[in-house]
Write a protein that binds this ligand. Structure first.
Ligand code: GTP
Length: 345
């Protein structure tokens, strides 16, 4: 018998450009006392997976996929299907699945998964696509002259969303937020926009939207081009899954043995902050600091860079791993600079 939306497991696709606050929102959702059993699927850009370590909660509910971007690598999509089927086969029924897409991903092909594949379509319902927008940094990516206007992921992510969260309002001025809101509305007229700081949002605005069924009807009813000056983006079920990333953006992953010297790290990060960070889209890392029981995390979004203790190391082996995403990255220099921050043995 055909399942109704009510009987299906809702799936939320979390999208948003690099560093917009997706993992922060995920942690906020997982921390809230909602009583729901939620599984999280992470897909990252770059050779080293770090997000899994940055998400709180029991690891068995977090599935990390680092073998390519789900939106454009066929193996990664197969992997996504495999993980979802695995989740559906579990005897204990999940209340919700959340997929955090990579910050450079087009969310359409991920959303498509829930319409093309029969068993999955029968068991799950795309509850909504939530786009996080960084109020401080999004405009430079929307206006990025080096990206083909038809393949600008920052734009696609907003266009595709059912709900848009303008995040980081704490570090943006009212004028910046107003301009971002205007630009976002121009790209997506129908999605409700909410503001947040550190992704603290009423969960009712994020989960349980059942937005897809509404939007499907909506898309059929309105002319998506509607006389506005944005590029026409077809609905997910109509789109060709082929797509390519901005080839000028690359990632450098570095892993080092040993422990870091926190003073040297602070000096190096200060140097980076003082430099031109326009091409430095994102830095993420986890580090072992000499003489400290805490695992340190590094987060950088252009010039906003923080390096702080996050959680005590448990039984897992200590490690140092970092991923940098941006343009014109020099792997050698980055590796040498990080090595200089190692503490003496
Ligand atoms: N000031 C400020 N910082 C924030 C806010 N939300 C998130 N951050 C910080 O921004 C950085 C990136 O946040 P993440 O949640 O990791 O961003 P993300 O979208 O998951 O990043 P990617 O996985 O690389 O795409 C972290 O240092 C966060 O602490 C906010 O509202 N205000």
């Amino acid at each position: 018998m055909q399942k109704t939306v009510k009987d299906k497991i809702p799936v939320t696709v979390l999208t948003g450009f690099l560093g917009a606050g997706k993992t922060t929102l995920l942690n906020y959702i997982l921390r809230e006392n909602h009583g729901m059993k939620i599984a999280v699927i992470e897909n990252e850009f770059g050779e080293i997976g770090i997000d899994g370590d940055l998400v709180i909660g029991s690891t068995e509910e977090i599935f990390e996929m680092t073998n390519g971007c789900v939106c454009c690598v066929a193996e990664a999509r197969d992997d996504l299907l495999r993980v979802i089927r695995q989740l559906l086969d579990r005897p204990d029924r999940l209340d919700h699945i959340i997929i955090e897409t990579s910050g450079l991903a087009d969310p359409y092909p991920v959303a498509q998964t829930f319409f093309l594949d029969d068993p999955i379509r029968d068991e799950t319902n795309l509850d909504g696509v939530i786009a996080l927008v960084d109020a401080k940094h999004i405009l430079q990516h929307l206006d990025d002259a080096d990206v083909d206007a038809l393949d600008n992921q920052a734009v696609d992510q907003i266009v595709c969303a059912d709900r848009i969260v303008i995040n980081k309002v704490d570090i943006a001025t009212e004028a910046e937020i107003a301009e971002v809101t205007r630009r976002v509305k121009k790209l997506n007229e129908t999605a409700e926009i909410v503001r947040s700081s550190f992704a603290q949002i009423d969960l009712g605005k994020i989960l349980g939207l059942a937005a897809f069924d509404r939007n499907r009807t909506m898309a059929a009813e309105i002319d998506l081009d509607g006389g506005h000056d944005h590029v026409h983006h077809p609905a997910p079920w109509d789109r060709d899954a082929s797509h390519s990333h901005d080839a000028s953006v690359s990632s450098v992953g570095i892993e080092l043995q040993g422990h870091m010297d926190p003073a040297a790290m602070t000096r190096w990060l200060d140097e980076i902050r003082r430099s031109d960070t326009a091409d430095l889209f994102r830095m993420k890392g986890i580090f072992s600091v000499k003489g400290d029981d805490y695992c340190y995390v590094l987060h950088g979004v252009h010039g906003e860079i923080e390096f702080r203790p996050n959680h005590p190391w448990a039984d897992e082996p200590r490690c140092n791993k970092m991923i940098v995403i941006g343009r014109n990255l020099d792997r050698n220099t980055l590796t040498q600079n990080l090595k200089k921050c190692l503490a003496a043995a």
